[in-house]
Write a protein that binds this ligand. Sequence first.
Ligand SMILES: C[S@@+](CC[C@H](N)C(=O)[O-])C[C@H]1O[C@@H](n2cnc3c(N)ncnc32)[C@H](O)[C@@H]1O
Length: 281
Amino acid sequence: MTTPLPRGLPLDRVSFDEQAAGVFDARAGFPAGVAEQIADTVVRYAGVDAGDLIVEIGAGTGLIGAWLARPPARYLGLDASQPMLSGFATRLPEGGHARLVHADADQPWPVADGTARVVFGSRVFQLLDPEHLVREANRVARPDRAVLVQGRLERHPDSPKVLLRRALHERLRAHGLTPRPAGRLLQRLLERAAEAGGTLLPPVTAASWPHEVKPGDVLDEWRQKYSMGGVTPPAEVSAAILDELAEWVADRFGEPAGPVWTEESFVLEGVQLQPPKERDE
Ligand SMILES: C[S@@+](CC[C@H](N)C(=O)[O-])C[C@H]1O[C@@H](n2cnc3c(N)ncnc32)[C@H](O)[C@@H]1O
């Protein structure tokens, strides 16, 4: 089911402030048990010990952060949206050492030098300036050991969303437009962190779960956006492409297209940051 949008704005022009925490959670929430599993994997992946500081950038409503913020870890969740953080505050665990800070991650972070064991971001780093992010991550990284970890959704190659995106890219190219390959921005961040002296870690799959997709809902969501595949075509081109995709959906999945079961996973990718003391030698 597509979630109604505030004030009828196109989906990609609705800020996180305007979405409100409940709307975001309905669109982007995880099945029961998955967020906890992701948080546990982040802790293991980054080698977080009791009392270590976890910094989460773009913590949002705390879907994962609420599990990272459990004692004995110390946790600082930073987000540019106060409404998202207000949603997070309602699920903060009792008795922990957690702070939520309203701040723009593209500005200097309110985190002391050399204090964080891990800098984590889920579904957010593609929105940020990679140069600044790597600089700040290295600044706040503990000199003895620290890791930058990004978490992202990965869809099964047969998922209707993956197939539809491929069909979209073909049609954009046919209209002379150059779509942006999925994941390119996140890849650039990892490369930037490695160029700054970090060591890439092997990715891990933190969780996988069955997921039901209605292909028509994917198209309905795209109809509510200005941009598609990383470009913003003229309105008449978007409309023509979406009509072509609707025909493609009917051919491929039947008319009306019923729900399709597929699999989604949450993947962690990380960089062992370069300790500043070694960097300065
Ligand atoms: C897609 S949501 C992801 C939320 C959470 N990490 C998750 O996976 O559930 C992106 C979050 O990043 C925040 N955000 C976007 N740009 C930001 C910035 N420049 N500084 C801090 N937070 C930002 C948004 O407010 C939003 O809460």
